[in-house]
Write a protein that binds this ligand. Structure first.
Ligand SMILES: Nc1ncnc2c1ncn2[C@@H]1O[C@H](COP(=O)(O)OP(=O)(O)OP(=O)(O)O)[C@@H](O)[C@H]1O
Ligand SMILES: [Mg+2]
Length: 565
């Protein structure tokens, strides 16, 4: 059986029928494609091998603004902005040569298409290649993504904005935390210094009493010795005791119990004097500069304490610059506001005159910085007492001011002393030179009130040595009993701290109320004694321990000559 027999040829009518069906099928398929091309929202473009446009659907007409008639046969370049054309051609060539049959364009990098009116729009495209009748044909689908891109850009922008805002807020929070930590640290430091102050103040007070006994006895002994050799020994002992007294005086400054002789002054004048002195003593390797603010506010301070402070700071600076360096002393007006109070700690808001001493020395390690203000803290074994900065701290506190240290290892140190601005109405007080030792002319009777028996005995002798008649009492109660029974007493000379019962200050008030003709002189190791508040010195004459014979004589005389209170 031949193949023909198995598949007999169609009869003519059958063949016609089949051809007709095929034709119909083709037409239906064509109109389906035409419908797809027509309703396609996207641009569908087909190209021949040379990249000439052979099909341009309605979507493409809408997107690019051309009608079929004018664009067919044109190069694809017409739809690509000038600046992308060469890159685009290369892309197409690569695609033509590659084994890939279809790909998306513009995934990695946004592409742009060119409208008939010359405007560009961001687009997304897919391209496919196929072989038709031995010819290479391309089909491309293009979509306008302007809106999507706008939305994406907006999202990116608002994301960036959000990130920036989060970053800003985080920074603000971190700053706030840092500020609080600093304020906390400043508070702790202030409390620690306060505790140190109380401790050292107490020690210094006891020490003062001891030194008063030592010095007073040496003075009495001095009058009884005739041999020069013996007296020389005694003077050496007295010198040492004086040195001890100076040390306790520094301690008392730290614990804010030193009596300050405050006057209103312009610190610039004082700084010029100090600079003069320092220039000569610091040596050639240290270059001293003074930067003094014009129109510096006046301040009310004890000038000798300020001098002391600046000299101490300069000496610290010198010690920190063994190979030389720069030292700058600067004055300026500073207003401390609420925020400043938080960072500085332990200072009230207001106007201050600031003196800062800056060096280019070794700087301090964080550990040294933490302890620098503590009394007896020193890194200068053998040569330092560790009282420099602590004294300055106490002085600043007592003056209503503040001290700060900024220091970094290797880059130097700045210590700033803030002293309160004096109000315009305050005027300076003038200090006078001391006259000769005045002895009693009328043998007035003085009642010495002192609870320490040894000190009481010594004071009795010293008072008598000045020509007075002396009586004594160990406490205020006894003193009042004596005052009520002895009519001739003209002066009550009492220690402020009397152990138990009434204080010397209260005794003074009693005398003032009950014995109007009698005068009062108080004595103490503290300037502002806890027993009576800050103003004892304004109400009574006060003699600070340890005192010399001359100081005692002057104080007794001044008290006796004073108007009754
Ligand atoms: N300008 C500075 N540069 C570097 N370190 C300093 C400076 N000033 C102070 N210090 C450090 O602080 C410590 C304490 O200083 P402070 O002035 O209280 O005592 P001192 O200088 O050691 O002794 P004193 O002043 O009693 O002779 C010093 O030992 C030093 O370590
Ligand atoms: Mg020092």
């Amino acid at each position: 059986m031949s193949r023909k027999n198995k598949f007999p040829a169609d009869s003519q009518p059958e063949a016609d029928l089949r051809a007709k069906r095929a034709e119909e099928e083709l037409r239906r398929s064509e109109s389906r494609i035409a419908a797809i091309l027509a309703i396609g929202a996207d641009a569908i473009i087909s190209l021949d091998e040379k990249m000439r446009i052979t099909l341009f659907n309605e979507g493409a007409e809408r997107l690019f603004g051309y009608v079929q008639g004018e664009i067919l046969g044109q190069s694809l370049d017409t739809l690509v902005p000038e600046r992308f054309r060469s890159r685009h051609r290369k892309d197409v060539r690569d695609f033509a040569a590659s084994p890939i049959m279809a790909r998306r364009v513009g995934e990695r990098q946004a592409i742009y298409a060119l409208h008939k009116d010359g405007t560009e729009f961001p687009a997304e495209a897919s391209i496919a290649k196929l072989e038709v009748g031995g010819e290479r044909v391309y089909m491309a689908m293009v979509r306008d993504i302007s809106e999507r891109k706008q939305a994406e850009d907006m999202l990116a922008r608002s994301n960036a904005e959000l990130e920036a805002r989060v970053e800003q807020r985080t920074k603000a929070l971190e700053e706030e935390i840092q500020r609080r930590e600093e304020a906390q640290a400043a508070l702790i430091q202030a409390q620690r210094m306060e505790a140190f102050g109380q401790l050292t103040g107490g020690i210094a007070h006891d020490f003062n009493n001891l030194l008063t006994i030592v010095l007073g006895n040496l003075e009495l002994l001095d009058a009884q010795l005739s041999q020069e050799k013996e007296r020389a020994l005694l003077h050496r002992a007295a010198d040492a005791a004086q040195m001890g007294a100076r040390l306790t005086s520094r301690l008392l400054t730290f614990s804010r119990r030193q009596r300050l002789k405050a006057v209103v002054l312009n610190l610039n004048d004082l700084m010029l004097g100090i600079a003069e002195l320092l220039k000569r003593s610091l040596g050639e390797r240290i270059a001293l500069t003074t930067v003094l603010a014009g129109a510096l506010w006046p301040t009310r301070v004890d000038p000798s304490e300020v001098e002391n402070a600046v000299l101490n700071l300069a000496i610290n600076a010198r010690d920190a610059m063994p190979d030389g360096g720069k030292l700058v002393i600067e004055t300026r007006n500073v207003t401390v506001d609420k925020e400043g109070v938080e960072t500085l700690g332990d200072v009230v808001a207001g106007d201050y005159v600031c003196i800062s001493v800056t060096d280019t020395g070794t700087g301090m390690s964080p550990e040294v910085l933490e302890h620098a203000f503590e009394p007896f803290f020193t890194t200068k074994r053998g040569s330092g007492t560790g009282l420099g900065l602590s004294t300055i701290y106490g002085f600043a506190q007592q003056s209503g001011g503040h001290v700060t240290i900024e220091s970094e290892r290797g880059s130097g140190t700045t210590v700033s002393l803030f002293l309160p601005r004096a109000s315009d109405v305050e005027t300076g007080t003038v200090r006078q030179r001391a006259p000769e030792v005045p002895l009693s002319e009328n043998c007035e009777t003085v009642l010495v009130v002192e609870d320490d028996p040894e000190l009481r005995e010594l004071t009795l002798q010293r008072v008598e040595g000045l020509g007075y008649v002396a009586l004594d009492a160990e406490d205020a109660k006894t003193a009042i009993r004596i005052l009520e029974s002895e009519p001739g007493i003209e002066l009550v000379f009492s220690d402020i701290v009397l152990g138990r019962g009434m204080s010397g200050y209260q005794l003074g008030l009693w005398v003032r109320a009950n014995k109007p003709g009698q005068r009062v002189l108080l004595t103490t190791g503290y300037a502002s004694d806890a027993t009576g508040g800050e103003n004892i010195a304004d109400e009574f004459n006060v003699l600070r321990k340890p005192y010399s014979r001359l100081q005692l004589a002057l104080a007794l005389k001044t008290a006796l000559e004073a108007e009754p209170g």
